[in-house]
Design a protein around this ligand. Structure first.
Ligand SMILES: N[C@H](CCC[C@H](N)C(=O)O)C(=O)O
Length: 297
């Protein structure tokens, strides 16, 4: 039986089970995809949008490695809200005693910097999310042009949706709407998530422009469904809003779970995302070695 210490954390309502698996004992007890599905279940498990694993970095250029799995067990490349929780976890547990760290992710290098109060508690995190990707080939998005700015996508029900495809290490379909209250986020989000023009599936952001510095956003996430917030999605939304002339290179993105400040630093072409990260509770789970058949949860 393997005892696993976990921290349940959330970044504006996007919630994660964070675990330190640098010694590999967790993965040895249960494969990550299966562990994600079981732990993220909101009735039979802890309940979360995903699990996040702390792993040793694979090279000298990074301090640590970040691995994330969605609640459906799929591995994701990167997670903006999860990265803030990850940075808080590392700093408060003294795993890394630096406020700014270089994190290796499946989507490349990400640089979070924690803001801590006098007691050493992290209250917010600023994350250099790297550059947005507009190349359809890299998002990936099937398109007859190099980039997809307000491209039409034919849907199975005969409708067409106008999307701007943006990569933030993971794929995003940004859809601008006049009134979010009129959007069936679950139905449209699910249909776009698995649309064949997104060969790796996609996260879907519905955006109502409130003014040239404020975007209201609802999100359907790849591998997780409706969530209260999506950090990479907020970065994709600002990118799409700026290149289509709807905002400048800065905006507050208002999500169901809270607000994110997104700044596109044109001197580096990197997106900087700032927001809170919170610890909800900590606990222990027991997993039987091997297939986890008689695991408690
Ligand atoms: N569902 C996403 C991963 C989590 C991203 C989101 N939670 C964020 O804060 O960026 C994907 O499969 O690409």
């Amino acid at each position: 039986m393997t005892q696993i210490l976990f921290s349940k954390m959330q970044g504006i309502g996007n919630d994660f089970v964070v675990m330190d698996d640098r010694d590999g004992s967790i993965e040895a007890a249960m494969p990550y995809p299966q562990l994600a599905e079981k732990l993220c279940d909101r009735h039979f498990g802890i309940g979360a949008d995903g699990i996040i694993l702390v792993k040793d970095s694979e090279d000298e250029d990074h301090d640590i490695r970040f691995v994330i799995y969605n609640s459906d067990g799929s591995r994701a490349d990167m997670c903006g809200n999860g990265m803030r929780c990850f940075a808080k976890y590392l700093y408060e547990k003294n795993i890394i005693d630096k406020k700014q760290i270089r994190v290796q992710t499946d989507a490349g290098t990400v640089v979070p910097e924690v803001v801590a109060d006098a007691s050493g508690r992290v209250t917010s995190v600023k994350v250099d999310m790297g550059p947005p990707v507009m190349s359809c080939r890299q998002v990936p998005f099937v398109c007859d042009k190099d980039t997809a700015v307000e491209a039409s996508v034919d849907m199975a029900d005969g409708s067409t949706v106008t999307v701007t495809a943006v990569g933030m290490g993971n794929p995003h379909a940004v859809v601008f709407v006049k009134d979010l209250s009129e959007v069936d986020v679950a139905a449209q989000g699910r249909a776009l998530e698995i649309h064949p023009r997104f060969p790796a599936k996609t996260n879907v952001e519905f955006i109502q422009v409130m003014d040239d510095q404020t975007l209201k956003m609802k999100v359907w996430e790849r591998g997780a469904g409706m969530t209260l917030a999506c950090g990479t999605g907020a970065c994709a939304a600002l990118t799409a809003a700026h290149i289509t002339g709807r905002t400048g290179n800065y905006a507050t993105v208002v999500l169901d779970g809270g607000d994110l400040a997104i700044f596109w630093d044109k001197s580096t072409n990197h997106l900087i995302k700032t927001g809170p990260a919170r610890l909800v509770f900590e606990g222990v789970i027991r997993v039987s070695a091997g297939n986890g058949a008689d695991t408690e949860f």
